[in-house]
Design a binder for this molecule. Structure first.
Ligand code: KG4
Ligand code: ZN
Length: 339
């Protein structure tokens, strides 16, 4: 079964064709980074307009680079949410119109769960797994019992990890998106030069909260002024963010004793995070899956891949179904209710 996947939840216009949920035939991503870089963050209205301009040609490119036509696909999978509502609307409206005009079935896929599915495009993942999703919009940890069987264990109560990397980089005038820039500069810096502490929730929960680290970073920047050593600062700042993610991730790993660990989302491209997860996993002898960088970032291959499983369950999207902007337990099964 060949599925055409369409992804427009944020600032990437993407289309891909995946066979049987596993084999990527084409994977086209158009990133709007340049458009948003002057603003130091994604401007929702500009993102939607750009999706409108690009979506048709990106979908056609996904087909032509696979040397396939509309007749050769069996169905369409589109990101239904969460994401920017205007951006999602472009993808969903396009997918509905296309599905109707070529008489193909359509499914609506949860973007977060598709990130968790990304390693399946490269490996046969051993379940149960603990998955960390870390991007510009999300920072959460899931217990993954199997494909489409998930439970959220932890989430951020304020900023996402990628968001604070981007905001601090913007404040320092380093460019956008800040995550990869910080990753690069941090390699030259002393990660022990500036001191941060790991946040602790007052209610004892293991949810994340990144706003305290962001405020501490801003305080140091203001206090040090011209004396601030950018490479050392950026290395120390990245180190606390990565340490916090890894500490929380492995506390759930110890508790649930899964067979593997999954990393997903744009920030999982971070070299320090990948290295720490590798080292910590090897220490305790657990398997880990770090998707290739192109599958960490927003892409449509993960949408087409997970979409295949929606088709298998015959969970079709109704033509009246709207996108959703926040995480909803739609399209996945809660295996346990949160204590
Ligand atoms: O998953 P993604 O492409 O989009 C969503 O936010 O859904 O993630 C984008 C985020 C941005 O915050 C970006 O700065 C961050 O991923 N990022 C990185 C790296 N590459 C991308 N953060 C740290 N290190 C990187 N190498
Ligand atoms: Zn994403």
């Amino acid at each position: 079964m060949r599925i055409l996947g369409i992804e427009t939840s944020c600032d990437e216009t993407a289309a891909a064709i995946v066979e049987s949920g596993k084999r990527i035939i084409s994977n086209i991503i158009y990133s709007q980074e340049k458009i948003h870089s002057d603003f130091g963050g994604v401007v929702p209205e500009l993102a939607s307009r750009e999706h409108v301009k690009r979506i048709d040609s990106i979908v056609k490119k996904a087909l032509s680079s696979a040397s396939l036509g509309y007749d050769d696909i069996d169905g369409i999978a589109v990101t239904q949410g969460p994401g920017l509502i205007g951006s999602l609307l472009v993808g969903i409206s396009f997918a509905k119109a296309l599905a109707l005009s070529i008489s193909k079935p359509l499914v609506g896929v949860n973007h977060i769960l598709a990130h968790l599915y990304a390693p399946e495009l490269e490996y046969s993942v051993q379940y149960p797994a603990i998955g960390l999703i870390v991007s510009g919009g999300h920072t959460s940890i899931y217990y993954v019992e199997g494909i489409m069987k998930y439970e959220r264990l932890s989430r951020t109560r304020d900023d996402a990890a990628g968001e604070i990397l981007d905001k601090i980089a913007k404040f320092l005038g380093l460019g956008y998106p800040g995550g990869p820039i910080i990753d690069k500069i941090a390699k030259e810096g002393n990660k022990e030069r500036y001191r941060f502490s790991i946040p602790k929730m007052s209610d004892g929960s293991r949810d994340f909260s990144f706003s305290g680290i962001k405020s501490a970073a801003l305080r140091i920047i203001r206090k040090e002024g011209k004396e601030l050593n950018i490479a050392d600062f950026v290395a120390s700042f990245q180190e606390i963010v990565v340490n916090y993610l890894v500490l929380n991730l492995f506390s759930f790993v110890r508790e649930h004793n899964p067979r593997s660990i999954i990393l997903a989302g744009g920030v999982s491209r971070n070299s320090r995070l990948r290295k720490m997860v590798e080292e910590e996993s090897e220490k305790i002898g657990i398997k880990y899956y770090l998707p290739s960088p192109i599958l960490c970032t927003d892409n449509a291959a993960m949408i087409a891949g997970l979409g295949y499983h929606y088709f298998e369950r015959e969970e079709y999207l109704s033509y009246t179904t709207a996108p959703f902007s926040r995480f909803e337990p739609k399209g996945y099964k809660l295996i346990r209710s949160k204590a």
